[in-house]
Design a protein around this ligand. Structure first.
Ligand SMILES: Nc1nc2c(ncn2[C@@H]2O[C@H](COP(=O)(O)OP(=O)(O)OP(=O)(O)O)[C@@H](O)[C@H]2O)c(=O)[nH]1
Length: 345
């Protein structure tokens, strides 16, 4: 999958998953008779991986209406849902900032010019005063000085107002930038951090290499059946529910919960050895298994949803890849052992 809302898109799934996505994407490209180029492939790859929900909805609604997904449509979908409009938004914010700075500089230049005019005028008036004792000339000079002082004061007030507006504008742009930044690290469906952020954190922790931490990978069991029986929307709600369980266990902790891809989520237990992490991860597993999830506005239950877990504790010298691979192997052992269980590697 590409981490949702990230730009540029980042694809970090393991080899087997990427190959599986390739296998599933190619028939779509074929069926819609579009060339296998990077844009078409990215769109169908993200579609079959199931992680880009907005893209999936857009394609599904076209498919329901029996529309062909032409190369032109794929290009539009790519720009809108794969690139997520992120560059445009960043550029808009950037342009906004440039405009604000330009306006302020113009206003400051205007006041500077007015101040220069004022001091030049004062010099002229001084000469006039020195050369004349005529009371009416003195009166004229005084009223000109007063008028110029008033104008200068007005420019100063305008600048003050402009600066106040600029401050507001900058605050607005700052929160827009903050929102873009937040979106870039968040998974759109679950609100968890995304894979890109998880990878960055793991790389940093491995680089520091001083504290012990444990990575847990959680993969919902037989999730395809949940989708097949109850539909993707309900599948999405199950993912959101499970994400909320993970979030709960990160509250007041510095642990990091992230969507690893598809129906797979991850938790980095910061400063936590594997025996403690294992207890917490197992509590999460049991909570999901005991949740008795129901369909919305209905008493019909969807049966037990369970999750398999794989854990690996950081070993000195580990890279992001090592630690993910060990957790992945542990996860597959949990699946092979019958699912709904936990394995440490
Ligand atoms: N509803 C929904 N389904 C998703 C999403 N991401 C991935 N999936 C689905 O998750 C399912 C994963 O299926 P499989 O990889 O076959 O795994 P599984 O059925 O969970 O079986 P095991 O992992 O072997 O227990 C697929 O049907 C995907 O479409 C999503 O965002 N929403």
């Amino acid at each position: 999958m590409s981490t949702s809302s990230s730009f540029p898109p980042v694809y970090t799934e393991p080899f087997h998953q990427a190959s599986e996505n390739l296998r599933r994407a190619l028939p779509f490209i074929n069926q819609h008779q579009t060339p296998v180029n990077p844009v078409n492939y990215a769109v169908w790859y993200e579609y079959v991986s199931g992680t880009n929900q907005a893209l999936k909805k857009a394609i599904d609604s076209r498919l329901q209406q029996k529309q062909k997904i032409t190369a032109e449509i794929t290009q539009q979908l790519y720009e809108k849902y794969v690139l997520m409009g992120m560059p445009e938004r960043l550029e808009a914010t950037n342009n906004g900032l440039r405009l604000v700075v330009d306006n302020t500089m113009n206003q400051i230049n205007k006041v500077e010019l007015a101040a220069d005019d004022f001091s030049e005028d004062l010099a002229v008036q001084q000469t006039r005063l020195e050369q004349s004792e005529d009371i009416s000339v003195i009166k004229g000079v005084l009223s000109e000085i007063l008028e110029n002082t008033r104008r200068l004061g007005q420019s100063g007030n305008e600048l003050k107002q402009e600066l106040a507006e600029t401050t507001q504008e900058i605050l607005k742009l700052r929160s827009e930038l903050e929102a873009v930044k937040q979106e870039a690290i968040t998974d759109g469906l679950t609100g968890l951090l995304n894979r890109r952020y998880l990878n960055k954190e793991l790389a940093e922790l491995c680089h520091q290499g001083k504290n012990v931490f444990t990575l847990a990978l959680f993969d919902l069991d037989n999730f395809k059946q949940v989708n097949d029986r109850f539909g993707h929307l309900l599948g999405d709600r199950v993912l959101q529910f499970f994400a909320s369980l993970l979030k709960k266990h990160c509250e007041n902790q510095q642990h990091i919960a992230a969507r690893f891809g598809g129906e797979e989520m991850a938790l980095i237990f910061i400063d936590t050895p594997s025996n403690i992490a294992m207890q917490i991860a197992d509590t999460i597993r049991q909570q999901l298994a005991g949740s008795n999830l129901k369909k919305k506005d209905s008493t019909e239950t969807i049966g037990a949803v369970t999750v398999s877990v794989g854990l690996s504790q950081y070993q000195p010298g580990d890279t992001t890849l090592n630690i993910i691979e060990r957790a992945d192997v542990a996860l597959y052992e949990s699946k092979a052992a019958g699912r709904n269980c936990i394995t440490l590697r």
